[in-house]
Design a protein around this ligand. Structure first.
Ligand code: TPP
Ligand code: MG
Length: 545
């Protein structure tokens, strides 16, 4: 007779799961034994937080939930940051945690934390499994909930005695495709009227525009309407065939060059915007009208309150909208003349003889082919990559503008390297964020991945230090010492290179990719541009009225 644990693993196989990330504990030993005889690979990590970042990134890149596994109490608590990362970032993920037996209690309260309660506010669903008979249903339900719009994390807690209990064979529930309903005719007609009446329209691609299911019809809308577009940080992807309509990425909420177009627009069509992102622009009274095209209605915020909404499957909504407006928009390109000025000023100083953030982004782009994937951690450089790094394919710049947690850069790059072994993958981390999950270098080496890890060294929590200076606080409490990163990488069996001069960066990255394996490249950065550009220069730019 199968045990509860066997049913769990069979149900995961039934969902097409091929890897589970995590660190099992003694409460998971039946699950581990069932896993041993299954088709699913166990990917051990060195911290549960990293396992959750990996599983969430699997969901982000494929649309299929990634799965992570931990023990009870301390192990499960280490998943919380990853759960919030998936919840805010709309990434489908399943977390499976152990628990002491629930039918009898021979260890009193030892290690027991109410994980279902802890996880409830940071998941879409959190359930304890109380009988083996429920496992097939609960697993199918967990995947349904995690995957459907808006995607996110689900917790299933499997107590030790339920995992070990013998049970009847119980039939699994096969998954089936579910199509998302499309927008109503009335909403499409209303939006089409507004678009046709607009004098200076602009499109914005938001986070949900990068969902694996979203892409092709979305690009078609831009290409067929010929309306120029900009993106949010997480909406940074691409419009194949529409590159010449790209106006920039809103890495700041106001005052950046791309805001010249936003300030002059009389209509902004936002596609898949999620207000979990730091605002790409601030709506105010008297500003442009906004049409929100989304899988879900817009939440009403002080800075975002669209006047018109088209709710339903993004692809089909946009196809139907394009059918209504294509060829009937004489003003479509009214804002396009601003493009060159915006992009030129953003690209300024990209080849200067100092390792500025602009130069760093420029040189990294040179070594990344169009399908190469960059996975960013969180720090000052994120703003520069969002602003300056041009993408040609969707999901080739993975950044987190939702929870914006440090520590996710390396684990998310590891996931990308596992999924796409033939593509160039690079993690970009600050010296602060890298050290929050640097132990995963061992995981990457053990998995024999090809991965370049670029560590940007300023011996500081640079972004906070920058804010401190911008707000005229004294320079205090934000600097630290680093290990010798080259020796550190080598101690894990990875390779390491220190970039000694600005000209050495590009060859070092190229050599790191060419050599294969896990290769850390550490580059000292000149962060003086943070104030010169992002404060002084942009503050001289007066909003267009
Ligand atoms: C887990 C976590 N802790 C703290 C913060 C706040 N925070 C945002 S950026 C930053 C500094 C990042 O330093 P580093 O990784 O060295 O990048 P840098 O800005 O120096 O380039 C901090 C402390 C955060 N976002 N996430
Ligand atoms: Mg730093």
């Amino acid at each position: 007779m199968p045990k509860g644990a066997d049913l769990l693993i069979a149900a995961l196989e039934n969902e097409g799961v091929d890897r589970i990330f995590g660190i099992p504990g003694e409460e998971n030993l039946d699950v581990l034994e069932a896993l041993r005889g299954s088709s699913i690979q166990l990917v051990l990590t060195r911290h549960e937080q990293a396992a959750a970042f990996m599983a969430a990134t699997h969901g982000r890149l494929t649309g299929k939930p990634g799965v992570c596994l931990t023990t009870l109490g301390p192990g499960a608590l280490n998943l919380t940051t990853g759960a919030a990362y998936a919840q805010l970032g709309a990434m489908p993920m399943i977390m499976i945690t152990g628990q002491k037996g629930i039918l009898s209690s021979r260890q009193a309260q030892f290690q027991i934390v109410d994980i279902v309660a802890v996880m409830t506010p940071i998941t879409k669903l959190a359930r304890q499994i109380v009988s083996p008979a429920m496992i097939p249903t609960l697993v199918r339900e967990a995947f349904r909930v995690a995957e459907e719009e808006r995607p996110g994390p689900v917790l299933l807690e499997l107590p030790e005695d339920i995992a070990g209990a013998q049970t009847e064979e119980i039939a699994l529930i096969p998954p089936h495709p579910v199509e998302i309903p499309r927008a109503s005719e009335a909403a499409l007609d209303r939006a089409a009227q507004l678009i046709m009446r607009a004098e200076r329209p602009l499109v914005m691609l938001g986070a949900a525009a990068s969902r694996p299911r979203s892409s092709s019809d979305l690009a078609q809308f831009v290409v067929r309407s010929r309306i120029p577009y900009f993106t949010t940080q997480m909406g940074k992807g691409t419009v194949p065939g529409g590159t010449e309509l790209y106006m920039g990425t809103a890495a700041l909420s106001e005052r950046d060059y791309v805001h010249e177009a936003i300030e002059q627009a009389d209509l902004i069509i936002t596609i898949g915007h999620d207000t979990v992102e730091k605002p790409p622009f601030i709506m105010g009274s008297g500003g442009p009208q906004v049409i929100h095209v989304g899988y879900e209605p817009a939440s009403v915020e002080q800075v975002y309150f669209p006047q018109t909404e088209v709710i339903g499957d993004l692809g089909s909504s946009l196809r139907l909208l394009a059918d209504r407006v294509a060829g009937r928009l004489p003003n479509a390109q009214a804002l396009l003349p601003l493009r060159e000025g915006i992009l030129n000023r953003i690209a300024a100083r990209a080849t200067e003889e100092r390792l500025t953030p602009q130069r760093l982004v420029h040189d990294v782009r040179q070594v990344m082919p169009p399908d190469g994937i960059l996975a960013l951690d969180n720090g000052m450089y994120k703003i520069w990559f969002a602003r300056n790094y041009r993408t040609q394919l969707a999901n080739t710049l993975l950044l987190d503008n939702a929870l914006a947690t440090m520590g996710a850069g390396l684990p998310s790059a590891i996931m990308a390297a596992l999924l796409y072994p033939g593509r160039r993958i690079m993690a970009v981390c600050g010296d602060g964020g890298f050290m929050m999950n640097s132990q995963e270098l061992e995981t990457a080496v053990r998995l024999k991945l090809n991965l370049v890890v670029l560590v940007i060294e300023d011996h500081a929590f640079g972004m906070i230090r920058w804010k401190q200076a911008v707000d005229s606080f004294a320079d205090f409490g934000m600097t630290f010492q680093n290990p010798d990163f080259v020796a550190y990488a080598q101690s894990y069996g990875a390779k390491g290179t220190r970039v000694g001069s600005v000209e050495a960066l590009q060859p070092a990255l190229e050599a790191a990719f060419a050599g294969g394996g896990v290769h850390l490249v550490v580059a000292p950065i000149d962060y003086s541009e943070n104030k010169r550009v992002l404060v002084d220069e942009l503050h001289q730019r007066l909003p267009v009225t």
